[in-house]
Design a protein around this ligand. Structure first.
Ligand code: ADP
Length: 568
């Protein structure tokens, strides 16, 4: 939207206000001039009427003197009040636009007949005796004139010629009308031209309007000048300064000269703001320079860190290479001989058993115990090496998990075959129980076996002689999940350790390694294998009372009874 300047708004408002006020003033002045003119005409007419009345009275009073001859005889001269009044009126009206005459409903002379306005007035006088005058602007001789009528009341002197009896010839030779005292005996009718008054009204109006015009022009000019000097000009200066600021020039200062207090306050505020902005801007430049310096330093630091990271990554790559060399070395150089050692230990034990059957000597007993120790340690070692290799594979993202049909009874049997002999040697009662309603599930047979083997191995390891370990597999009622639990009544795990033992290389206490062996990788692997198959592992344990590890196989991995039928 295009904005209108304050100057224009101001001028437009002043002009509009002036025009409206002027129109109102002219209208008001015209009405008031008209009223005044009418008042003046009325006064003039009343004066004429009073004068005529005076003539009438005078003539009435002087009748005796006029009609008495020098001999003292009555000699009617014909100068009665009516004729004199009318004559004076006629003389007065001669050669000008004024008219003064006498009128009556029953005129003795044809010229005294009332016209329409006079007839209205006479009717009003006759109807209401309190109405003694009647006036207004009305038509006379084809023009608008001011008309005034004053009622003539019948007094005693009138009755002589106009009283009763009706029809009797009076002194003037006219038949009497039979008027009564105080009735209306006609009216003096005065007609005054309006031209002069109209001219006067228009003249006055022009004069007033001219004065008003001059006055408002002076006031308007003064107001405009004051506003322009004290408000508009200073505001323009401020607007120019804003424009300069918009062009990024902050070196601006607006002079207050001539501004009103309010605008001067505004300008002072603006100057303060400009100064503050200058300060902020300069500060900003310094800050930007500081930031740039900081950024450069941070960049250099980043470069350094990148270099060291690159070095580290090269080292790590080298280490990783070494690690994989080590792993393949462990795989080939340790696992193979260990498997051979285990097989040999088995054969040696079987041999010892045979010889013991034939001749049970203490040397043979000792030899069998030694081979059992070899077998147990080798198995332990092989377990640790297997865990290590599995963790390394998992870290390298090389673990793959199969999704095959699993009979958990078979898994439990395989685990039992491995763990039971170890438990026996440790004097721990190990038993498995697979509920009859446990269904087939989807999972990786080998990994699930390793998972349970680790849990059961730990349970046996951390249960003192005489203790018991139970591997149970059940179908949970309600949820339909399958639960595999390994419970022991061994040393238990403190609450604060229960979470962290699932991390790699974590053992509850350092002495554990010396006493029980192991490398803290078993549970990490359990967790990895469980999660990879969509299982969940939970632990409940109490220090000194035992632990129960529960692996939950969710219902959606459970295969319904008719699955085999469906796939066969
Ligand atoms: P490790 O090779 O040491 O057994 P694990 O990861 O299998 O490594 O176990 C980590 C630690 O958790 C063990 O060293 C032991 O302190 C504790 N732990 C595991 N299973 C049990 C258990 N059944 N009873 C008590 N402690 C256990």
């Amino acid at each position: 939207m295009k904005r209108v300047s304050l100057k224009r708004i101001y001028l437009a408002t002043l002009t509009a206000v002036f025009l409206v006020t002027f129109a109102l003033f002219v209208a008001f002045d015209y009405v008031s001039q008209q009223n005044q003119a009418e008042e003046a005409l009325l006064e003039e007419a009343r004066t004429f009427a009073r004068e005529m009345d005076a003539v009438w009275q005078f003539m009435d009073n002087q009748q005796k003197v006029i009609n008495t001859s020098s001999d003292g005889d009555y000699d009617f001269k014909g100068l009665h009040c009516s004729i004199v009044g009318k004559s004076v009126g006629a003389i007065f009206s001669y050669n000008n636009d004024y008219t003064i005459r006498y009128t009556n409903f029953e005129p003795r002379s044809y010229q005294d007949r009332p016209d329409a306005f006079e007839a209205e007035a006479l009717t009003a006088f006759n109807e209401d005796s309190s109405v003694t005058e009647y006036y207004g602007v009305a038509e006379f001789a084809g023009e608008e004139r001011f008309r005034y009528l004053q009622a003539l009341e019948v007094d005693r002197s009138c009755l002589e010629c106009h009283g009763g009896p009706v029809g009797e010839i009076d002194i003037t030779g006219h038949p009497k009308e039979g008027w009564t005292l105080d009735s209306v005996g006609g009216a003096i009718s005065i007609v005054i031209p309006l031209d002069q008054q109209r001219e006067a009204v228009i003249g006055n109006l022009m004069l007033d309007a001219g004065f008003f015009l001059a006055l408002t022009l002076v006031i308007g000019t003064v107001v405009y000048w004051v506003t322009r000097s004290f408000v508009l000009r200073p505001l323009e200066r401020m607007s120019d300064a804003f424009g300069k600021m918009g062009e990024r020039s902050l070196e601006v200062f607006v002079h207050e000269g001539g501004a009103s207090r309010e605008v001067a306050d505004l300008i002072a505020g603006f100057n303060d703001m400009a100064e503050e902005l200058r300060g902020v801007y300069e500060n900003l430049e310094d800050q930007v320079a500081d930031r740039t310096r900081d950024l450069k330093a941070a960049n250099a630091e980043l470069e350094r860190q990148r270099d060291s990271l690159e070095r580290l990554s090269a080292e790590l790559a080298k280490e990783s290479e070494l690690k994989s060399d080590l792993l393949s070395m462990v795989n080939h150089e340790m696992r193979t001989p260990l498997t051979t050692v285990i097989a040999l230990a088995h054969m040696a034990i079987e041999d010892c058993d045979k010889r013991l059957e034939v001749s049970p000597t203490p040397e043979e007993e000792e030899s069998r115990a030694a081979w059992s120790e070899v077998l147990s340690s080798s198995r332990n070692l092989l377990g640790m090496i297997n865990n290590m290799l599995d963790v390394a594979r998992s870290d390298a993202g090389m673990t793959t998990v199969a999704s095959e049909l699993m009979d958990l009874g078979d898994v439990a049997l395989a685990v039992s075959n491995t763990v039971k002999p170890i438990a026996k040697r440790s004097g721990v009662d190990f038993r498995t129980h697979v509920a009859a309603d446990v269904p087939l599930v989807l999972g990786d047979f080998e990994k699930t076996g390793r998972l349970l083997e680790n849990l059961a191995g730990n349970a046996v390891k951390f249960t003192p002689e005489g203790g018991a370990v139970r591997l149970g597999i059940t179908l949970e009622e309600g949820t339909g999940d399958v639960l595999m639990s390994v419970a022991d009544n061994g040393i238990g795990i403190a609450p604060e350790d229960q979470h962290r033992i699932f991390e790699k290389f974590v053992q509850v206490d350092i002495s554990s390694r010396r006493r029980y062996g192991g490398n803290g990788l078993g549970l990490a692997l359990v967790k990895d294998y469980a999660e990879a198959q969509g299982f969940d592992v939970a632990l409940e344990s109490e220090l000194g009372r035992g632990s129960t590890f529960t692996v939950r196989i969710p219902r959606d991995l459970v295969v319904e009874d008719d699955y085999e039928g469906a796939i066969s």
